[in-house]
Design a protein around this ligand. Structure first.
Ligand code: EPZ
Length: 420
């Protein structure tokens, strides 16, 4: 096991490049199962989640080869089974995204039920509702979900009660090779949905309206592999933008699509941070004296839930009162107790946290409870007095490529050491 040891107080400066988006590449890697010929995926960062979903594809009989520095070559012509085992799905809920592409490719899929996780129960009822609407028979038993469509899938009109990102992705993949038209109403509109649709269309799918509140899919007989470069990771970018804000720094981030970060940039500017946008990135500057702002997480294009904990760290050291409301997940305040160990004044009332900014946090041992909570604790450590030790950093490794290297490039005092 390893931990991060951060000594607070350094203002960040310099420039780094943002990596490809974890939440775009996971459904895209799953979608490569649909292609009868190999796919070449570029700007794929070195993440634990990439290794996990690659193991799932290996388990199904596909070959996944990494070509340094950031390319994956996936060949699904050797697919030999349609079952993803518990030990892999347990590690990463997004493994469930192979269900839609297996159904679309093979007409059947057997996937272990994805467990819940620290941030909530994470049900899959909307995924299953979509598969059944497309004509699949769903059987639950022994911790597995089996979907069967021996006659193939048939297009349908599907309304999502909640704009679930995963359900939208799974249904898009299954519907791509269904007979006839599928109309998906109230889908998720995240940039990662658009990136998946772009990849699927390059493979020969006929998807229109991704990124809006109605997606139309004309099923096609089969899809071919394709070359695709994934979009930049807006959440990684947002995390480093908050790092500049919280340390009173001046940094530049390359490979950023600012249109994907509008709510985050708006809130940082409201707090008094200077954000200069240009064609390929952003420059983020802060005097360190910020104003408290309230945030409420919402499905895209609202403020992203994946930036909630990072923003809370910023508000924890911003004089005044700010209110954070989490509407997407029912239990995404696991970082609050850890921030309070560092001296933050935060009070939780249901899905709302009220933060009274303090002049200083103090460094101490803390634990990452999930990916973004871990990022929030690193941010707090950058400004805390003394040393902060962040444990359980396997959560952070899932979604941040070379976090220590990037922060050290920006001047942070951060090292990775064995927990010993
Ligand atoms: C994706 O998770 C992301 N993960 C999450 O990022 C992100 O927080 C989330 O979307 C919301 O933006 C990936 O893309 C791999 P949802 P997903 O289905 O698809 C409820 C990170 O930190 N729901 O939109 O699981 C669910 O309980 C991760 O990178 C149902 O009720 O999110 C939750 O409350 C964390 N029934 C809400 O919808 C369903 O069938 C949002 O879930 C599906 C979801």
């Amino acid at each position: 096991m390893e931990k991060l040891v951060i000594t607070g107080g350094n203002r960040l400066s310099g420039a780094i490049k943002i990596s490809g988006a974890k939440n775009a590449l996971l459904p895209i890697i799953a979608a490569s199962i649909l292609g009868k010929t190999p796919s070449i995926l570029q700007e794929i960062p070195d993440l634990e989640d990439v290794r996990t979903i690659s193991e799932v594809l290996h388990e199904l009989g596909l070959t996944v080869r990494r070509e340094e520095p950031d390319t994956l070559v996936i060949d699904s012509s050797s697919i030999s089974k349609c079952e993803a085992p518990y030990e892999l799905v347990r590690k990463m809920r997004a493994s469930f995204l192979v269900m839609g592409s297996l159904l679309g490719r093979c007409g059947q899929a057997k996937i272990s039920l994805p467990g819940g996780c620290a941030i909530g129960t994470r049900p899959i009822d909307l995924h299953l509702k979509g598969f059944e609407a497309l004509g699949a028979e769903i059987v639950l038993g022994h911790g597995y979900i089996e979907a069967r469509a021996p006659q193939g899938l048939t297009g349908a009109r599907i309304y999502l009660d909640f704009p679930s990102v995963g359900a939208t992705e799974n249904i898009m993949m299954a519907a791509s090779t269904a007979k006839g038209q599928t109309i998906l109403e109230n889908p998720a509109e995240e940039p990662e949905i658009v990136d998946l649709a772009t990849y699927l269309n390059t493979m020969g799918a006929r998807i229109r309206g991704a990124g809006t509140n109605v997606i139309k899919i004309e099923g096609v007989a089969e899809l071919r592999g394709a070359t695709h470069t994934v979009i930049p990771d807006r959440i990684e970018a947002g995390t480093y933008m908050v790092a500049a804000a919280i340390t009173g720094g001046d940094i530049r981030l390359d490979n950023v699509l600012v249109e994907h970060l509008k709510p985050v940039i708006a809130k940082l500017k409201e707090a008094g941070v200077t954000v200069d946008e240009d064609i390929n990135g952003v420059r983020v500057r802060s005097s360190g004296k910020l104003k408290p702002v309230d945030i409420k997480t919402l499905p895209y294009p609202g403020f992203p839930t994946d930036m909630q904990s990072q923003f809370m760290s910023l508000m924890a050291v911003t004089a005044g009162t700010s209110v954070v409301t989490e509407t997407v997940f029912e239990n995404r305040f696991m970082h609050v107790d850890e921030l309070k160990r560092m001296g933050a004044h935060i009070k939780i009332e249901g899905r709302t946290a009220v933060i009274e900014g303090v002049g200083k946090l103090t460094g101490c041992p803390v634990k990452a409870t999930d990916l973004r909570a871990g990022a929030a604790l690193v941010l707090a450590g950058l400004v805390a007095d003394g040393q902060t030790e962040v444990g359980c950093i396997h959560h952070i490794d899932r979604g941040y490529d070379n976090l220590v290297g990037k922060f050290r490039t920006l001047g942070a005092d951060i090292v990775r050491t064995p927990t010993g």
